[in-house]
Design a protein around this ligand. Structure first.
Ligand code: FMN
Length: 322
């Protein structure tokens, strides 16, 4: 099966990327994983200034995934420009890299895109819209405020011609409308989903994480991510990137069937830093065994698109999980 796919004016050698916050800036994983086998990766979210992040513990496991409140710990724009992106430029050849940017004001997103746009080493930007917007009372996450989504995407669009992905939230009751707004505002693709808010408590009622609540990820998030991708697929013709609970190649196939052209692997990297490479390998073997011509054939088309429907085998049995 051909795994390569053309998107955003670039060729992805396969559809498997590592998600933001789970692979650092690539270098952190380079000793344990051959990055060159990946379709790509998304950097840790970058803010204008360096951030130390939240008090420990920042991650906690539970039966179906994990909860994190890292607090966007990152070295900030200047170090990313001076050190992280040059390393990627010099050491990463085939994988397509997106730089994730995050802020608490529209102007911060815009300044980040402007400040990184002319650097080498990456294809495009992913806008992490799950941060609270401190410019409005209540500080709702950008992704849950349609006006804020429009403002951020438009502001960044005006500053770059690079591919721009808007990363949306799993708990958006008006997802179709948000998807429409991000599309109209000029995004090139949508990433669904970021983590879902939650809390884990000890027996005495104290939170397990230093910051209290956090974002839930891992297998428990997969049904929510798949639903979000399916809903988005009906609301836009933009390419979609599916993320949430991908740890096995059949999870990637499920996201394709829901309409995702690319997938991202997050939490699974913590259990096995080679998860992304394993998924690429198993996906290729499985498709070839089943006579699937290409990954693109598996991707559910947008409404009105005459996408090529899968040529062989229809339903994927759970028993095929290995
Ligand atoms: C420890 C940790 C840190 C994360 N940091 C970021 C981040 O900086 N920016 C972002 O957009 N998403 C971040 N995420 C969310 C992931 O990129 C992904 O959207 C989410 O975990 C769901 O995918 P998964 O179930 O495969 O982990 C983080 C997730 C984890 C577990």
């Amino acid at each position: 099966m051909r795994l390569d796919i053309e998107l955003f004016g670039a060729t992805f050698q396969n559809p498997v990327l590592l998600s933001s916050g789970t692979c650092g800036f690539g270098r952190e994983l380079a000793d344990v994983l051959d990055l060159e086998v990946l379709g790509g990766f998304v950097t840790k979210s970058v803010t204008l200034e360096p951030r130390a992040g939240n008090p420990a513990p920042r991650v906690a496991e539970f039966g179906a995934g994990m909860l994190n409140s890292v607090g966007l710990a990152n070295p900030g724009l200047e170090v990313v420009r001076r050190e992280k992106l040059p390393w990627i430029r010099d050491n990463v050849r085939l994988p397509r890299v997106f730089v994730s940017v995050a802020g608490e004001r529209v102007e911060e997103y815009q300044a980040l895109v402007e400040g990184l746009n002319d650097a080498d080493g990456f294809l495009g930007f992913e806008l992490n819209l799950s941060c609270p917007n401190v410019s409005v009372v209540g500080g709702r996450p950008f992704a849950l405020d349609p006006h804020a989504v429009r403002s951020v995407v438009e502001a960044c669009r005006a500053r770059t011609e690079r591919p721009l992905l808007a990363k949306l939230a799993p708990n958006d009751p008006a997802l179709e409308s948000t998807v429409g707004i991000a599309t109209d505002a000029g995004a090139d693709g949508l990433t669904l989903v970021n983590t879902l808010p939650g809390v884990l408590l000890h027996g005495d009622g104290t939170p397990e994480l230093g910051a209290g609540p956090g974002g839930m990820s891992g297998p428990a998030l997969r049904p929510t991510g798949l639903l979000a991708v399916s809903r988005a697929r009906r609301a836009t013709r933009l390419p979609l990137v599916g993320v949430g609970g991908v740890s096995h190649f059949l999870d990637a196939v499920a996201y394709a069937r829901a309409g995702a052209s690319l997938v991202q692997v997050g939490t699974a990297n913590f259990a096995d830093p080679r998860a992304g490479a394993r998924i690429v390998r198993d996906l290729g073997r499985w498709g070839t065994r089943r006579g699937v011509r290409s990954w693109s054939d598996l991707v559910a088309p947008a409404p009105g698109d005459h996408g090529v429907r899968p040529t062989t085998g229809t339903r994927t049995r759970m028993s095929e999980r290995t």
